[in-house]
Design a binder for this molecule. Structure first.
Ligand code: ZN
Length: 500
C-alpha cells in the first residue's frame, strides 16, 4: 500500500492553515501523532482483489449494449475479479457474493469511453486570450503557456481530468499528449492513470513542424523527428499491453497535418503497424485546417490520409467536422474511426461534424470530450447530451436518438480503440460499469424512460464507477485519490503556469 502521509498532511494543511507554524517546529514522531489524531489511519486505497466476487442487484434498469441491446429491468450483474460473469434478472444471476450492492433507484450502463482528450489542458481552462478565437488562433495563443509545463503539472493535470471523467461515468480514456517540454515523458501520464485506476490509451503525440518549416507551432516547442520515433518505440516496448483486459495501451499519434511532416506521418504508421498498435491524429477540424491541407499538400484531408495509409481499423481521427463525401465513403470502406467532439466543435466555432451521415454510411463513430482548454470540461455524460443536441441543430430532430448517443459513447468508443472487451455489459467483458442515481433533482419527472432521461436530462455525477472490477467511485466519491488535495495542487500549478 502506498504511503498516505504526504497527501494527508497536505489535506490537513489546506483545511487548517493555522497548524502550519506548529507542524514545522515539531519533531517527526510528535508530528505523526498529531496527524493521526486529526486524520486517523484510514486508507483511501482500494486495490482490486483477484477472484473476489461482486454482485450489483436490483437496479431499476441495466443498459447492456449487448448484441440484442437488452435493457433489463430489476437487473443484476455478477462480477468475478475484473470480469463480468453474468447479467440478467434475479433468477438468472447468482445472488450471493463477497460484496453485494443494492442499486434500487439506479440505472447501470457500460462505462463510457472517451476517445479524444488532452488532459494537460485542464491547467489552461478559459485562458482569456483563447476564449473567443477559432482553432489556429486558439493554438497560437496557448503554445507559449504549454511550453512552461513541467512533469509535476502533467501528472496532477492528468489526475484532475481523470477524476472528473470518472465522476461522469467514464471508465476508459485516451489522452493525446503532444507537448514534451522540460523533461516531460509519456510515463508521467501513465503513472497518473495507474494511480487513478483508469483504463488508459496513452497516445504518444508529437509536433515536429515548427513555424520556420511552415508549421503552426513555435520552433521552440517542436521535437526532432528521429527522437520522436525512438521515444515512441521506447514507450510501446515499455508500456503497451496487447492482452485482453489491458489497462494500458500505447497509440502512435502525431498531432495534426499542420504540426508534423508528411515523412513523420508515414514513419509513424510503419512503426505502429510493426508493433500492432493504433494510430490517432486530428483531421479536418475546421475550414482553416482544410485550407492548410489544400494549400500545402494540394489534397483534401481525406486524400492526404489515404495517400499516407492512415486509414483502417487501427486508425481513428479526431473531429472530422469538414470530412467530405469522398472521406465519408473512404472511412466507411476502410473501417477508419472518428472521434466526435461536439463541445469543442461548438466552443471553437468549428462547425457540426456530419455524424448522422457517417453513421448511415457505416463509419464507427466514438465520442471525445477533447482537451480541457477547448471544452472546458471533462464530463462524458454531458458530452453524450451535447452529441445528441448538436446533431439535431445540424440535421433535424431525428438526427440522433438518446440510445444512439449512448451507443456512440460506449460501443463506438470501444471500436475506435480497437477493443472487443469493453463497451458492453455481457459475460466475458471487463467489469467497467457506471451507475447513476435516478432519484436526483435533474431526473425528477423523467422516470417513465430512465435511459433517455440519462441523456436528455442532467443526471449529475455517478453514484458508482467500477473499472476492471475495482470500485473507483463509491457513493459519489473517488476512492483512489483524495480529490480535494488534487484540486488544491492543480489550482496552485495552474496559477503558476498561466500567471507566472
Ligand atoms: Zn484535440
Amino acid at each position: 500500500m502506498k504511503d498516505q502521509k504526504p497527501d494527508q498532511l497536505r489535506r490537513l494543511l489546506v483545511k487548517a492553515p493555522l497548524l502550519v507554524p506548529l507542524l514545522t517546529t515539531l519533531p517527526a514522531a510528535a508530528k505523526e501523532k498529531l496527524l493521526s489524531s486529526f486524520i486517523g489511519n484510514q486508507s483511501t486505497d482500494t486495490p482490486p482483489i483477484a477472484g473476489k466476487t461482486l454482485l450489483l442487484k436490483n437496479a431499476d434498469v441495466v443498459v447492456t449494449m449487448d448484441k440484442d441491446r437488452r435493457e433489463i429491468k430489476q437487473g443484476c450483474i455478477f462480477i468475478k475479479g475484473n470480469t463480468i460473469v453474468a447479467v440478467g434478472t434475479e433468477s438468472e444471476v447468482p445472488q450471493t457474493a463477497d460484496r453485494v450492492i443494492d442499486l434500487k433507484g439506479h440505472i447501470v450502463i457500460p462505462g463510457l469511453i472517451n476517445t479524444h482528450h488532452h488532459m494537460y489542458q485542464t491547467l489552461t481552462r478559459v485562458v482569456p486570450a483563447a476564449q473567443d478565437v477559432e482553432l489556429f488562433n486558439w493554438l497560437t495563443a496557448l503554445y507559449p503557456t504549454w511550453e512552461k509545463l513541467t512533469p509535476e503539472m502533467m501528472k496532477v493535470a492528468t489526475k484532475t481530468a481523470m477524476a472528473e471523467l470518472m465522476l461522469s461515468g467514464c471508465t476508459t480514456s485516451s489522452d493525446h499528449q503532444y507537448v514534451y517540454p522540460n523533461g516531460i515523458r509519456l510515463e508521467h501520464s501513465i503513472e497518473a492513470a495507474q494511480e487513478m485506476g483508469m483504463r488508459f490509451h496513452a497516445c504518444r503525440g508529437s509536433m515536429s513542424l515548427g513555424k520556420k518549416q511552415g508549421g503552426l507551432p513555435p520552433d521552440s516547442i517542436v521535437e526532432d523527428e528521429k527522437f520522436i520515433l525512438k521515444d515512441t518505440q521506447r514507450v510501446i516496448e515499455q508500456f503497451h499491453d496487447a492482452e485482453r483486459g489491458a489497462m494500458i495501451r500505447i497509440v502512435v499519434a502525431p498531432c495534426s497535418p499542420f504540426s508534423v511532416s508528411e515523412g513523420l506521418m508515414r514513419d509513424s504508421a510503419k512503426l505502429a503497424r510493426a508493433h500492432g498498435v493504433s494510430l490517432h491524429t486530428h483531421l479536418a477540424e475546421n475550414i482553416s485546417d482544410i485550407n492548410f491541407s489544400k494549400k500545402t499538400f494540394n489534397k483534401t484531408p481525406a486524400q492526404y490520409v489515404e495517400d499516407l495509409e492512415w486509414v483502417g481499423h487501427d486508425v481513428w481521427h479526431a473531429h472530422c467536422v469538414k470530412l467530405d463525401d469522398y472521406g465519408i465513403k473512404l472511412f466507411a470502406r476502410t473501417g477508419t474511426g472518428v472521434a466526435y467532439c461536439p463541445c469543442s466543435n461548438m466552443r471553437l466555432g468549428s462547425g457540426i461534424a456530419p455524424v448522422r451521415h457517417m453513421l448511415d454510411a457505416g463509419i464507427q463513430v466514438g465520442l471525445g470530450v477533447d482537451g480541457s482548454a477547448s471544452n472546458d470540461s471533462s464530463d462524458m455524460m454531458a458530452e453524450v447530451r451535447q452529441a445528441l443536441l448538436l446533431q439535431r441543430v445540424g440535421f433535424g430532430p431525428e438526427a440522433l436518438t438518446s440510445r444512439e448517443a449512448l451507443e456512440i459513447a460506449t460501443l463506438g468508443g470501444a471500436k475506435n480503440l480497437n477493443r472487443d472487451d469493453i463497451g458492453a455489459l455481457a459475460p466475458g467483458m471487463m467489469a467497467d460499469i457506471a451507475v447513476f442515481s435516478l432519484e436526483g433533482i435533474g431526473l425528477a419527472g423523467a422516470q417513465h424512460d430512465p435511459v433517455s432521461a440519462l441523456v436528455f436530462c442532467n443526471p449529475g455525477k455517478v453514484a458508482y464507477n467500477i473499472i476492471n472490477g475495482r470500485i473507483v467511485v463509491e457513493d459519489g466519491k473517488v476512492t483512489t485519490v483524495d480529490v480535494p488535495v488534487i484540486i488544491e495542487q492543480h489550482n496552485r500549478l495552474s496559477y503558476q503556469l498561466v500567471e507566472g
